[in-house]
Design a protein around this ligand. Structure first.
Ligand SMILES: Nc1nc2c(ncn2[C@@H]2O[C@H](COP(=O)(O)OP(=O)(O)OP(=O)(O)O)[C@@H](O)[C@H]2O)c(=O)[nH]1
Ligand SMILES: [Mg+2]
Length: 437
């Protein structure tokens, strides 16, 4: 293995920047960089670092001795001043002592290859870095810091125990012994159910995020764009008293109480001869079908108008709000919430209503772990093998086939943690990493 280095912080001017260096022999290069000055493993030092042209910086240094490091190799980290020129001087100096630039994910890949972490934990590292809200941090954290590994080991061991018992039955029958351990059937079913409930506690990041779309609809000029801007907290959409101002769908992210939503403003619905406005209205109608929550914005209660919008959305995903209550009388009996985009009144309640809508639908289920498509495919295979083993025992087909099914189920878990892997799989997993991780 070569010695690799990378900037672990963004290449932008900042208070400090952090470089990581890892690989056998990296201490020789370090000695040249700090001109042979002494250091203690694991301690924080401040050292003068030198390049070809002289002193670069006085920087923090922590040295790790393999296998007690992130990668499992000898490695060190440098905490330098975060100037762009400082960074490029360090890059030159590292190259000058023979270090190579790391590719994305190189450090975590080395950690995996050196048995410091399992494959699904390596994947969870990226998920933790990419997490966009507290829930995702928690789910990725559980996958990364042991909970998922512990569950997988337990399930894999319970499958192993069953297989040992099935193999014993095969040996018995080879010896002409007629005895059959009837409890095997029930125990296999219990293991299968445990696996299924474990899988039910896993959520694919993609599914978790496809659901938080909110679309604002309503008649022209009701204040949709103003409500949109007030929700986001900045002027994203153009507001004017000219009906038909918004033509296209405009979107933005809304972060509220550790939840993330995609909010969409749309063209107000009315009969129009304007070709562009008509196209915008068609977009709104299409988007209503795809969105998770439709928020109807109205100035006052008019049953026929509101019913028209309710019918376009499914009843269970429609929230009806009255806007402009700074100038219009509140009609609380007819609306879920009354607001003024102008003064901000009622928006705390509106945001709570939105959060509750998603809590009671998409996120009602409590998940334990964040997983990926690779894991889901493996889960499918494991459940298929266990179901086939259950059927085999139930219908008294060959015990050898049942043992084979159990072996396949077990090997699915081996693939998950990375006991079995191909180079192309590693390539696919680590290509999504940032440099320096
Ligand atoms: N007094 C008052 N005026 C508002 C409020 N919300 C919006 N307005 C005004 O209503 C007019 C229309 O606002 P928009 O936000 O552009 O309405 P819209 O529904 O997006 O309109 P279209 O895009 O044309 O369909 C503007 O003059 C806003 O200043 C409010 O809460 N109170
Ligand atoms: Mg608008």
């Amino acid at each position: 293995m070569s010695v690799v280095f990378a900037l672990a912080t963004p290449p932008a001017k900042s208070a400090i920047c952090v470089f990581r260096v890892s690989g056998p022999g990296c201490f020789r290069g370090l000695s040249k960089l700090i001109k042979g000055s002494k250091y203690t493993i694991g301690n924080f030092h401040v050292k003068s670092f030198f390049g070809a042209t002289g002193l670069i910086d006085k920087a923090g240094l922590v040295v790790f001795s393999g296998p007690n490091s992130y990668t499992g190799e000898d490695s060190f980290e440098v905490y330098a001043h975060g100037g762009l020129a400082v960074m490029s001087s360090f890059v030159k100096a590292f190259k000058g002592v023979g270090f190579e630039e790391a590719v994305g994910g190189e450090f975590t890949k080395r950690a995996f290859l050196n048995n410091k972490i399992s494959l699904h934990e390596a994947e969870a590292v990226v998920d933790l870095i990419d997490a966009v809200d507290e829930k995702e941090v928690m789910l990725a954290g559980r996958s990364l810091f042991g909970g998922l590994s512990r569950d997988i080991v337990e399930l894999a061991e319970s499958i192993d125990l069953l297989r040992v018992r099935v193999e014993a039955e095969i040996d018995f029958s080879d010896e002409g012994n007629e005895y059959f351990d009837e409890s095997l059937v029930d125990d296999l079913l219990i293991v299968k159910n445990n696996v299924v409930s474990f899988i039910n506690g896993c959520v694919n990041k993609k599914n978790r995020f496809q659901k938080n779309n909110i679309l604002l609809v309503g008649p022209v000029n009701s204040g949709k764009s103003s409500v949109f801007n007030r929700l986001l907290g900045f002027e994203r959409a153009i507001v004017s008293d000219m009906p038909g101002t918004t033509r296209d769908i405009i979107s933005s992210e809304l972060f509220y109480e550790s939840n993330t939503f995609s909010v969409f403003d749309s063209a107000g619905l009315r009969n129009t001869k304007d070709f562009v406005e008509e196209a915008g209205i068609k977009n709104t109608l299409n988007e209503i079908k795809n969105t998770d929550l439709v928020v109807g914005v109205f100035e006052c209660y008019k049953k026929s108008v509101i019913d028209e919008f309710k019918n376009l959305a499914e009843e269970n995903k429609f929230v009806c709000i009255q806007n402009k209550i700074d100038v219009n009388a509140k009609e609380e009996d007819f609306f879920d919430c009354c607001v003024s985009a102008k003064t901000g009144e009622g928006f705390d309640i509106l945001k709570e209503i939105i959060v509750n809508c998603f809590d009671s639908k998409a996120d009602k289920k409590k998940y334990n772990y964040l997983v990926r498509e690779r894991h889901e495919n493996i889960f499918k295979g494991v459940v298929f093998s266990l179901s086939s083993a259950c059927e085999g025992l139930d219908q008294s087909t060959s015990l050898e086939l049942v043992a084979e099914d159990l072996k396949n189920a077990r090997s699915g878990f081996d693939e998950l943690v990375g006991k079995k892997f191909s180079d192309s799989l590693l390539g696919d997993i680590f290509k999504s990493y940032c440099i320096g991780k």
